[in-house]
Design a protein around this ligand. Structure first.
Ligand SMILES: Cc1cc2nc3c(=O)[nH]c(=O)nc-3n(C[C@H](O)[C@H](O)[C@H](O)COP(=O)(O)OP(=O)(O)OC[C@H]3O[C@@H](n4cnc5c(N)ncnc54)[C@H](O)[C@@H]3O)c2cc1C
Length: 515
């Protein structure tokens, strides 16, 4: 994503990854609406929305004792075809250019890679490991597979064991090793194919399948809607990950299904749930970190990869501006101020969801065919239905992130509405996502924004001779009401930087922010 942001601005960029290519394992499963809006800004949201499950496949979240046994609760969500139509009719919390999309990260990475490789100033090199680097006054020198590479800046988007973070001696701070009945401990991931799943399971298909019983708790998102799944369970204290083979992994999946279906194991891996960690520093001089290198989540809420994408979106235009000749601007120093606070906020939300799901435990009779079993399932169903709505309907988290107090925002003295995870109140108070609106001609307001800065003019549009500023005259009362001012200055990452009633003050604010 960072290579795309930089390359689209003509910045010479080299992306180095020690792996032979993009991810084989599905990894993250949820692309949040705000991330989809950024993919739309870059022109490939539709390409992403076509990936993953068939376009008529529901993206429900469903809870079962076992997938072939009792259904406990279901949170219904639209298919990708429905999402495309639905979004143009929504207002309030879901007033947006894009809805979320449920798709495995492995497919998204391929699109990001293809677009990055098409950019003339970007070089993408896999099977290249950064072994070491030194920071000099005028540049950074990195040892890559034994060869020296010299760059102006280095961004470590190098995952949880980040070499860059460690070499800079920036520690992770926060909570780690939290133990829960589920999503708190050593996890086992099985990427698998269950060819007969949809034929044999007596329930409507769902994107996210969660099993809730005392033997095998798991979550298992559909990968392609045709029988591939990303199964995740928590290992019990007596289960030794080193002793698990393909047959053992398949047996764990079958336990969660509760029926003797054929399970083909495509890949297996372990990971740890129970982190809510944020690095002490995100930047110093020529060195930055982003993504999991800078923050580590428990995946409840589906925020880790999305927070990583937003780091790249935040850093890309700032780095490009400074490289292109705004060296005195406060932009680069704003990266850490803005993204560290967001990472702390988002990891805290993910931890809350993990507590809500993982500390709620199945009682002994949950699978019994008795009145007590039925009562236990009813109780669990009510709890899990409420939990599902709270974890998977989060416009307040994904649209409501703010950069108040940042040096790259000019406050107008107003305060944003109070934050809440499950509702989002649009506001043009500088520091947050610009309020969205569908225009009378059917276009998204965001599609009018420029690739760099935008001045939305509900008052008379000023003359501005600046190739990095798009002046958008918009004599639209609804937009004026929504923004609460005659003018709004929007940053390249689609954040309100300034608002007011004097166009000249907008241009002065832009000069100041760009240094
Ligand atoms: C089971 C599971 C489910 C998840 N579900 C979600 C979800 O639904 N939504 C969500 O938002 N997030 C989710 N996540 C989290 C998400 O997968 C990560 O947050 C995301 O991959 C982070 O991206 P990244 O680019 O920062 O790091 P990574 O994807 O880890 O990429 C880092 C890259 O750096 C490379 N690298 C490391 N060191 C070097 C070096 N020295 N030289 C060269 N290359 C190097 C690695 O090869 C790797 O490719 C989930 C995670 C798990 C485990």
């Amino acid at each position: 994503m960072l290579a795309n942001e930089l390359g689209r601005r003509g910045i010479a960029t080299v992306l180095l990854d020690q792996k032979p290519g993009t991810a084989f394992n599905p990894q993250a499963n949820a692309t949040q609406a705000r991330t989809m809006e950024h993919y739309r800004r870059l022109g490939f949201a539709d390409e992403i929305r076509k990936l993953g499950m068939p376009e008529d496949f529901p993206t429900d979240i469903a809870y079962f004792t076992r997938f072939a046994k009792h259904e406990l609760a279901r949170f219904r969500l639209p298919s990708s075809r429905e999402a495309r139509q639905l979004i143009t009719t929504l207002a309030g919390s879901w007033s947006a250019a894009e809805l979320p999309h449920r798709v495995a990260q492995k497919f998204v990475e391929l699109v990001l890679r293809r677009h990055a490789e098409r950019l003339p100033s970007v070089t993408v090199r896999y099977a290249c490991r950064v072994n070491a680097f030194q920071v000099h006054e005028s540049h950074v020198e990195a040892d890559v597979n034994g060869q020296k590479i010299r760059t102006a800046y280095l961004v470590g988007a190098d995952g949880p064991r980040s070499l860059v973070r460690q070499k800079m001696s920036w520690r992770y701070a926060g909570e780690t090793g939290v133990a829960r009945d589920f999503v708190g401990g050593r996890m086992y991931a099985v990427y698998c194919r269950v060819p007969d799943f949809y034929r044999e399971i007596p329930h409507p298909p769902a994107w996210m399948n969660v099993s809730f019983n005392r033997e095998r708790r798991s979550f298992m998102p559909a990968v392609d809607g045709r029988g591939e799944f990303a199964f995740h369970t928590q290992l019990k204290p007596h289960e030794d990950e080193a002793a698990i083979d393909d047959a053992g992994a398949a047996a764990m999946v079958r336990q969660a299904i509760g029926a003797p279906l054929r399970v083909e194991v495509l890949a297996r891996d372990t990971w740890t749930a129970g982190h809510a960690l944020v690095a002490e520093r995100f930047a110093e001089g020529r060195v930055f970190i982003a993504g999991d290198a800078a923050h580590l989540f428990t995946p409840t809420g589906g925020l880790g990869y999305n927070t990583a994408v937003e780091d790249a979106v935040n850093l890309g235009w700032k780095l490009a501006a400074v490289i292109k000749g705004c060296p005195g601007s406060p932009l680069l120093e704003s990266y850490e101020a803005e993204r560290k606070a967001l990472a702390e906020r988002n990891t805290a939300y993910a931890r809350k969801f993990a507590d809500s799901l993982g500390n709620f435990q199945p009682v002994a009779e949950i699978e019994d065919e008795t009145p007590a079993g039925e009562a236990a399932r009813r109780h669990a169903g009510e709890y899990l239905a409420a939990h599902g709505r709270a974890e998977f309907n989060i416009p307040g988290i994904t649209f409501g992130g703010r950069y108040d107090g940042s040096p790259a925002i000019v406050s107008d003295g107003s305060s944003p509405p109070p934050e809440s995870a499950n509702t989002y109140v649009p506001t043009a108070c500088p520091g947050g996502r610009p309020p969205h609106l569908w225009l009378p001609d059917g276009r998204s307001l965001y599609d009018l924004f420029g690739f760099e800065w935008t001045l939305l003019c509900m008052g008379e549009a000023p003359a501005a001779d600046d190739s990095n500023l798009k002046v958008v005259p918009l004599q639209n009362g609804a937009v004026r009401d929504l923004y609460g001012a005659d003018y709004a200055l929007i940053r390249p990452d689609q954040i309100v930087a300034w608002r007011g009633n004097d166009a000249r003050a907008a241009l002065r604010a832009l000069e100041k922010l760009r240094g």
